[in-house]
Design a protein around this ligand. Structure first.
Ligand SMILES: [Mn+2]
Length: 320
């Protein structure tokens, strides 16, 4: 697994690095850590995102200015490294830059994955893809100092500041090692979780003030319009859902945003054992067991009924 990944990197050159659409903190961090690693090995690479706009929240990361967006690039790549992405579909339009017969290496830590790569370096007992890239860096014997903050950022983002169940003993050891190299934990936590525009905070207020319940209070959800959703950073989606989940007896929370008429983006979170990734998969979405998202078309009531029904089925299997 890890040795195959290292072989693939050593034997090839001119890599395309990409990640999932709506790139999150781990996607940015793992991608930039890999760019750094490849450049240390004197390899050429391009890190291209499917997203039209880069998330400036991550502009403090080492090498951020090297990231390109799909619209600015044409050409094809023989060697592709896909990070943090459980299905090829989640690469979005960047997949059209893969050459026919391109060799792909997938590096991921998601619970369910298709093993769609030519090579796969996947382990689900890891906090983040950034941590997996750090394992490669260690194996190659490189000095972490320049990239410590980036690795730490990926780990902190994906573990929700070391709160989630993907915080393993090995995660804290790696984080500790990064702190030893001078990373400032307060700076990273503030940038990732406690920095927002005024509009973002107001959006969160709207979400909390308009919460509703379904299935006798087992599901807490809030519906927002596209304008509100647009101003809400991804981390604040998580933050709002955490508040909704903290209501007594809540088993799952949802944020439903009408991104286009009759087109709803649903973000799901739970603190219980139900598998939200499975639910998102049913509707063509994905994520993790405890956090996932999907998009459903139709009128609001039918969308709510469909998603609620699937959560009810999952709840029936997991009395917790
Ligand atoms: Mn991740």
């Amino acid at each position: 697994m890890m040795n195959d990944a290292i072989d693939f990197i050593k034997k090839n050159d001119n890599f395309l690095i990409t990640t999932h659409i709506s790139a999150d903190g781990d996607a940015y961090a793992s991608g930039l850590a890999l760019v750094w690693l490849l450049e240390k090995l004197k390899k050429k690479c391009k890190f291209i995102l499917a997203d039209q706009k880069l998330n400036q929240r991550y502009s403090f990361l080492n090498g951020f200015e090297k990231i390109q967006t799909y619209g600015n690039f044409c050409g094809y790549f023989q060697n592709v490294i896909i990070l943090d992405t459980p299905t090829l579909e989640r690469c979005g339009q960047v997949a059209s830059l893969f050459d026919l017969g391109a060799k792909t290496l997938v590096i991921d830590h998601h619970e369910t994955f298709e093993k769609f790569g030519f090579n796969n370096f996947i382990t689900t007992k890891t906090s983040s893809t950034a941590e997996l890239v750090s394992d490669l860096i260690e194996k190659l014997g490189l000095d972490f100092t320049e990239i410590a903050e980036t690795i730490y950022t990926g780990i902190v983002f994906d573990t929700g500041n070391f709160r989630f169940s993907n915080t393993f003993p090995s995660t804290l050891l790696r984080a500790s090692q990064m702190l030893e190299l001078g990373v400032n934990p307060e700076k990273i936590a503030t940038l990732l979780f406690y920095t927002c525009s005024e509009a973002g905070i107001k959006s969160m207020g709207k979400i909390l003030a308009s919460l509703q319940t379904a299935l006798d209070g087992k599901i807490i959800y809030s519906v927002i319009d596209n304008e509100t959703y647009r101003f809400l950073p991804e981390d604040f989606v998580c933050g709002s859902l955490d508040y909704l989940n903290s209501i007594q007896n809540a088993k799952a929370s949802m944020l439903i945003a009408e991104i286009l008429p009759e087109n709803f983006r649903i973000s799901l979170r739970t603190n219980t054992k139900i598998d939200l990734n499975k639910i998102a998969n049913i509707f063509g979405g994905g994520g993790h067991k405890k956090a996932s998202c999907c998009t459903l078309k139709g009128d609001f009531n039918s969308v709510l009924e469909k998603i609620t029904r699937q959560i009810q089925i999952e709840l029936g299997k997991n009395i917790s």
